[in-house]
Design a protein around this ligand. Structure first.
Ligand code: DGL
Length: 271
């Protein structure tokens, strides 16, 4: 078995896995959520890097040839170091990919005003990774960022359709748009935020597009695999998905049902 590994700090990456599986159901998938140490959003660079590297090593030990860091915070804070420093020493033939680059590639096609907004965790915003990637790919695009620290807890506590969600989503979206009225596209730059999509849509003017990452990450992965036939040939094709968590497996399984829209079984592991 050499499944595609999908890693997140917790449940949110399941929204990305769902899109990847629906586009490429033929492969095997191994999802790992580090729920015991989530959220990663407020954590330091050092901790996010340390925890993400542990997860990457674990997924490699399980046979993964390719790992997607479905977590924006891990992609923003740990991916570059893992790709440049750790991967060559562990096994240069394996790959670890993130969600920031495919998102930045996609937004170039969506914005006409060339002014975009991003909502994300504090960690992703303060890393300025989106700004750095945007400057490389689309230097003409102006970005305004807004950290939304209440959004992940709202989703984790099943409050995504509550008056609290209305309050915080409205407040953050209005604050973001006030910083730059020319924004015509907003990136939902956090795995959990697709579950708040309806709320964000409610408080965002109709002409402003919302970019939910799963669709673009899955298309980008399909394109990547079509260009890397040697790696693609090493992936197993049993159409299975297994779920691992560093916290309670039953709790994970019930939350995963919400994120994936299908019942799953999970196993607990330690990193
Ligand atoms: N998965 C994280 C992200 O996409 C959100 C949850 C967390 O803070 O750990 O940034």
């Amino acid at each position: 078995m050499s499944p595609i590994g999908v890693f997140d700090s917790g449940y949110g990456g399941l929204t990305v896995l769902r899109e990847i599986r629906s586009l490429m159901p033929q492969y095997d998938y191994l999802y790992l959520g580090d729920n015991a140490r989530a959220p990663y959003g407020p954590r330091s660079f050092e901790r996010v890097y340390e925890f993400t590297l542990q997860a990457v090593r674990y997924l490699f030990e399980q046979g993964c040839q390719l790992i997607i860091l479905a977590c924006n915070t891990a992609s923003a804070k740990a991916l570059r170091s893992i790709q440049q420093h750790d991967l060559p020493a562990i096994d240069a033939s394996r790959r670890v990919l993130g969600v920031v680059r495919p998102t930045v590639e996609a937004v170039g096609e969506l914005t006409h005003s060339r002014h975009i907004g991003i909502v994300a965790t504090q960690g992703t915003v303060s890393s300025r990774t989106y700004e750095l990637e945007m400057a490389k790919l689309h230097p003409d695009i102006v970005i305004s960022s807004r950290a939304c620290p209440m959004w992940v807890p709202l989703v984790e506590n099943y409050e995504f359709d509550s008056p609290g969600a209305d309050y915080f989503v409205r407040k953050d979206v209005e604050a973001l748009l006030a910083t730059d009225p020319a924004i015509d596209t907003i990136i939902l730059g956090c795995t959990h935020f697709p579950l708040l999509y309806n709320k964000v849509r409610t408080y965002t003017p109709a002409h402003v597009k919302l970019l939910s990452q799963g669709e673009y990450v899955s298309r980008s992965l399909a394109d990547y695999l079509s260009r890397h036939a040697d790696l693609e040939a090493r992936l197993s094709r049993g159409a299975t998905a297994r779920f691992l968590t560093t916290d309670d497996a039953l709790h994970f399984a019930s939350a995963a049902t919400l994120f994936l829209g299908q019942a799953v079984e999970a196993s607990q592991i330690s990193l």
